[in-house]
Design a protein around this ligand. Structure first.
Ligand SMILES: [Zn+2]
Length: 282
């Protein structure tokens, strides 16, 4: 598909390092009022300044702890919950709940809106549909923002559950419990993964490919799906998507084989979450 990302609305992924703030504050040496060093009665003004500074530092630390303790719930709160056009689905599946805790999937949910996130529950996941973004050299975040902006532009209906970036980063736009607008007649019973690509050939970077294999294998494993349940957008509508996997059948078969190998490997691991993390990080 042709996608025109809105670069101006790109949202920076902010990393709040509050632990740094905390250590800086707590390591500050306490300033003694000058009068105390020569036996004179300490002046009141410097003492109150010290008390005020300590109180302020304590407030910062307490705020940092509260912020850190509640960061998970804030991150998991979809933007649409407060201002969407429709009500947020009340159900959060175990799989979505697990994804909420995965460090290698960045969540940036679209606002609930009729053009890219209708908020309709998926009743069953019978397959994973692979797409290519169709707009060379754009990032996952740019395309995520394009999908989000459809709520305003109302240009068309389009979205995806996941987008894999040029650098292999994974952005989740729509919860796995909800349908996305990507795969036409299969929107209702599949999850969609859009892959970014550097040029018109539609060929993927090694990083995008690897992350796509890992993510697809993870979803197949959790939903009890096999390699035959992984399909291209082309297999639904005969659209040239994902272009490289349609024009290069061998590459597509290799992708499915790689996914199957990862699924098999994962099943042998005692600590699944740890394995996913190490595999993705490596
Ligand atoms: Zn597609």
């Amino acid at each position: 598909m042709i996608v025109e990302p809105d670069e101006t609305s790109a949202v920076e992924m902010k990393d709040h390092n509050f632990m740094e703030t905390e250590s800086n504050q707590s390591n500050e040496p306490e300033q003694l009022p000058a009068g105390e060093t020569d036996g004179q009665k300490p002046a009141k003004k410097p003492r109150w300044t010290t008390i005020t500074a300590v109180a302020a530092a304590a407030a910062v630390i307490i705020f940092a702890f509260i912020w850190e303790a509640t960061s998970d719930s804030r991150r998991q709160q979809p933007p649409g919950r407060s201002g969407g056009f429709t009500d947020e689905p009340a159900i959060v599946s175990e799989i979505q709940d697990e994804i909420n805790g995965l460090s290698w999937i960045h969540q940036d949910f679209l606002p609930v809106n009729e053009y890219s996130r209708p908020g309709t529950l998926l009743e069953d996941v019978k397959g994973i549909v692979i797409h290519y973004i169709g707009n060379p050299n754009t990032t996952a975040l740019q395309n995520r923002n394009y999908f989000a902006n459809l709520a305003v532009t109302k240009d068309r209906h389009a979205s995806s559950n996941f987008i894999v970036c040029l650098d292999g980063g994974i952005v989740q736009c729509v919860p796995v419990d909800e349908i996305a607008y990507a795969s036409n007649t299969r929107n209702a019973d599949t999850l969609s993964i859009e892959l970014c690509h550097p040029d018109e050939t539609g060929m993927f970077t090694d990083e995008t490919y690897s992350s796509a294999v890992i993510l697809t294998a993870f979803l197949c494993d959790r939903y009890g799906l096999g390699a035959d349940d992984i399909i291209r957008h082309y297999d639904v509508t005969e659209k040239l998507c994902p272009k490289y996997f349609v024009e290069n059948e061998d590459a597509w078969l290799a992708f499915k084989t790689d996914v199957a190998m990862v699924i098999e490997h994962e099943a042998e691991q005692a600590n699944q979450g740890d394995w996913w993390h190490r595999h993705f990080s490596g």
